[in-house]
Design a protein around this ligand. Structure first.
Ligand code: FAD
Ligand code: UDP
Length: 369
């Protein structure tokens, strides 16, 4: 007999399991379809001894001290600023676009943030309230930078014209007037010192927590006794797609190890206009691992079909309308909590998912026992 059945051993499920087990002293069963814990943040040492993230690059960053302090109970950190280059016109340029991106790309000699801003002002398209991902970018940096850095990448990643994608997607990438070439400017950045999976092992190691892997909850739910359910899988699947399927993007990863210390010199290179992949990650630059060999991962985006893994909800108006129909059904349920990127159909980062799980615990779980 369990107090809680938790579907999914990613951030949402694991944070809630940890809180319920340690703070409420309740018994929890965590079930995951996959053969491992940690959800999309799962990392492992490959056959060449390199630590890689199985489901694509996970660069931790947050301004939320509460989230950072919470996760720090389960891991030490390798503090590290994430940096990304974009391959444009045969050059590797800083993305987010900054002072150096402009000077190198156009051969300009802008000397101050003021001059950089004046440049943006001279090329940007005046749009008071950007309504989509294209308008979001051209209202800041104009048509040419949009074409070079954003249009092709967004088409590859989402298979949608940026005009048809919510403004919030490209709004994730800021525009800089200075020379800061970090991908994020958050206060806390890095990767767990011994990897994400180790952090999850610590989070879930408690006598009140039982874990069942390689198990779809639908196959066991009738055989298990529990009081309350926490669901972190896809919301449409929970309701057997009764209003239709919500679309998700999936990914295909191509890992390759080279018998050399260094492959590309950078943690991540984006390819907006060349090749079919969106980006190449070279893990050692982020993890700091020393080895005479190096592993890279090329990432290809595709629509999630059939049994394929669902990675990205697609932020788009009609998808949001369909989500709201499912959400109305969730609101009718008692003793069932939905949390996470797939369950809330929201493009959350890791820190946002942790914050959401902690808040559900405080507001909806801790005070209702
Ligand atoms: P998940 O990690 O998806 O966990 C849900 C779990 O539920 C899965 O393990 C799944 O197997 C399980 N499940 C689903 N259905 C069932 C079922 N029927 N029965 C049993 N189990 C089931 N965030 C950042 O902050 N920085 C980054 O750099 C970053 N990079 C990312 C790169 C990629 C390619 C992706 C896909 C995401 C990235 N994220 C990043 C986001 C991050 O992965 C998510 O915010 C986080 O993992 C979401 O956690 P979750 O618990 O909601 O979902
Ligand atoms: N984007 C882009 N060019 C880039 C980087 C990002 O066009 O070089 C756009 C693209 O639409 C992408 C979105 O901005 O999906 C968000 O980028 P982010 O790096 O946050 O994507 P994630 O790491 O979540 O895949």
């Amino acid at each position: 007999m369990f107090d809680y059945l938790i579907v999914g051993a990613g951030y949402s499920g694991s944070v809630l399991a940890e809180r319920i087990a340690t703070q409420l002293n309740k018994k929890v069963l965590v079930v995951d379809r996959r053969s491992h814990i940690a959800g999309n943040a799962y990392d492992y040492y490959n056959e060449d001894g390199i630590l890689v993230h199985k489901y694509g690059p996970h660069w931790f960053h947050t301004n939320d001290k509460n989230v950072f302090d919470y996760l720090s109970r389960f891991t030490e950190w390798r503090f590290h600023y994430h940096r990304v280059k974009s391959y444009v016109d045969g050059m590797l340029l800083p993305i987010p676009i900054n002072h150096d991106t402009l000077n190198t790309l156009y051969g300009l000699k802008l000397t101050s943030p003021k001059e950089v801003q004046a440049y943006y002002d001279s090329v940007k398209v005046s749009i008071a309230n950007p309504k989509n991902s294209e308008e979001m970018v051209i209202s800041q940096v104009g048509e040419d930078l949009y074409q070079k850095f954003f249009k092709g990448y967004t088409l590859k990643q989402w298979d949608l014209n940026p005009k048809d994608l919510a403004a919030s997607v490209t709004a994730r990438i800021p525009t800089r007037t200075n020379r800061d070439d970090r991908y994020f400017t958050d206060t806390y950045q890095g990767v767990p010192k011994h990897g994400y999976t180790e952090m999850f092992v610590k989070m879930l190691s408690h006598p009140n927590i039982s874990i069942m892997l390689q198990t779809d909850y639908k196959n066991i739910i009738n055989d298990i006794k529990f009081n309350k359910l926490i669901y972190t899988g896809p919301i449409d699947s929970f309701f057997d797609y009764k209003f239709g399927k919500l679309p998700y993007r999936s990914l295909r990863f191509e890992h390759e190890t080279f018998n050399q210390e260094n492959y590309q010199g950078y943690q991540q290179i984006n390819y907006p206009n060349d090749y079919d992949f969106t980006r190449i990650v070279e893990w050692k630059h982020a993890t700091g691992q020393k080895s005479p060999v190096t592993t890279i991962t090329r990432e290809y985006s595709l629509l999630a079909e059939g049994d394929m893994e669902k990675y990205y909800p697609i932020p788009k108006e009609d998808n949001h309308e369909l989500y709201k129909k499912y959400k109305a059904e969730v609101d009718k349920l008692e003793n069932v909590f939905f949390c996470g990127r797939l369950a809330d159909y929201k493009y959350y980062n890791m820190d946002q998912v942790v914050a959401r799980a902690l808040s559900i615990f405080e507001k909806n779980i801790a005070n209702t026992i």
